[in-house]
Ligand binder design. Structure first.
Ligand SMILES: NC(=O)c1ccc[n+]([C@@H]2O[C@H](COP(=O)([O-])OP(=O)(O)OC[C@H]3O[C@@H](n4cnc5c(N)ncnc54)[C@H](O)[C@@H]3O)[C@@H](O)[C@H]2O)c1
Ligand SMILES: O=C(O)C(=O)C[C@]1(C(=O)O)C=C[C@@H](O)C=C1
Length: 302
């Protein structure tokens, strides 16, 4: 039996439109409704025929839903939850896809005290945004982390688990604060580093008369892919996961200082040992089948 019959998606960009496409493919009888705050996005989703109904307000999108998924930037989750509260059927389960979880889980629970709330984070994405960027296979063999809060009915967690499994994801459950610590090091800090490197290089560009772009090597090009990620989304992630990101940044700065010292004093053994350890990390990711096989920037058609 299908976990849900009528699904409403609010926020129809990369992730929201990928969910619509994936549901159409995996559960074609599910009735899909969508809403986006941007009229141009609503028009695109209508033209692409990604769902049965695209509504002009968030409230009208949820009136018949048994699952509502909020796919807006994390800073907008609370206000969107408040805007649907009056129209939401009491039996509807509300979920989201936000990249940080503690603040979002608290905001959803407080805005929607009469509904089961099952916050979620599909750990899958790209640097692109908008409904044209979505694709149905985005979640295949990727983790989706659920962060239920105390009081979330187990039956609701099981139904949302089944929903994501049908979209091809592997599902794990975690405390929201623990999720935020783990993702601070595996996702948020790497983005911060990429934004910094590309920002520094672009400041240098005026000094080197465009040589940074002209001679950009593979390593730098890989960073530019990450640094092209959506500014609104990432502003909100850093503002909502402030404590965990600052803690990981402190650790990172200390390790960077140690590396700086090793270079200054010609400590080749320290450099060799670290690079050997990090190569082993990459190899174990590939052995566990977690490498998504994304072609690197230089060889792909980006
Ligand atoms: N991009 C990724 O790699 C990725 C991966 C996993 C999770 N996420 C999370 O998914 C969510 C959406 O990210 P995305 O990459 O799809 O972004 P996106 O920019 O492609 O889409 C977001 C959409 O939300 C709409 N929106 C913004 N505020 C709104 C509001 N108040 N009411 C209605 N619509 C509104 C925008 O118009 C836009 O179409 C974010 O919370 C992000 O943290 C992103
Ligand atoms: O592959 C990418 O482009 C991503 O940045 C995806 C990525 C990640 O860090 O892995 C980014 C944010 C999400 O919340 C989940 C996935």
């Amino acid at each position: 039996m299908l976990p849900f019959a009528r699904v409403s998606v609010i926020g129809l960009g990369l992730i929201g439109s990928s969910i619509l496409r994936a549901v159409r493919e995996a559960m074609p009888t599910v009735h899909l409704t969508g809403h986006d705050g941007d009229a141009a996005v609503r028009e695109t989703v209508r033209a692409l025929d990604l769902c049965d109904d695209v509504t002009d307000t968030a409230g009208t999108s949820v009136t018949d839903a048994d699952l509502v998924i909020l796919c807006v930037p994390v800073g907008a989750m609370g206000e969107v939850a408040e805007s649907i509260a009056a129209d939401l059927p009491p039996e509807a389960i509300v979920s989201d896809v936000g990249s940080s979880k503690a603040g979002v889980a608290a905001a959803l629970a407080s805005a929607l005290p009469n509904n089961a709330v099952v916050p979620a984070h599909p750990v899958a994405g790209t640097e692109r945004s908008g409904p044209d960027a979505g694709f149905a296979a985005l979640f295949h063999h990727r983790w989706c982390i659920l962060t239920p809060v105390p009081g979330t009915p187990e039956a609701a967690v099981l139904r949302v688990t089944e929903f994501w499994k049908r979209l091809g994801a592997e599902v794990e459950t975690m405390e929201p604060a623990h999720h935020d610590k783990v993702l601070a090091i595996t996702s948020h800090l790497p983005h911060l580093i990429a934004y910094t490197i590309v920002g520094t290089a672009s400041d240098l560009e005026s000094v080197t008369q465009s040589e940074v772009i002209k001679y950009s090597a593979g390593g730098f090009r890989d960073f530019t892919r990450i640094a092209a990620s959506d500014p609104t989304m990432w502003r909100d992630v850093f503002l909502t996961n402030k404590d965990a990101v600052l803690e990981m940044l402190q650790r990172f700065s200390e390790d960077l200082t140690a590396l700086q010292r090793a270079i200054r004093w010609g400590d080749g053994d320290a450099l060799f040992d670290l690079f050997t350890r990090t190569r082993a990390v990459r190899r174990s990711i590939i052995e566990q089948g977690q490498d998504d096989g994304r072609p690197d920037f230089g060889r792909s058609d980006h």
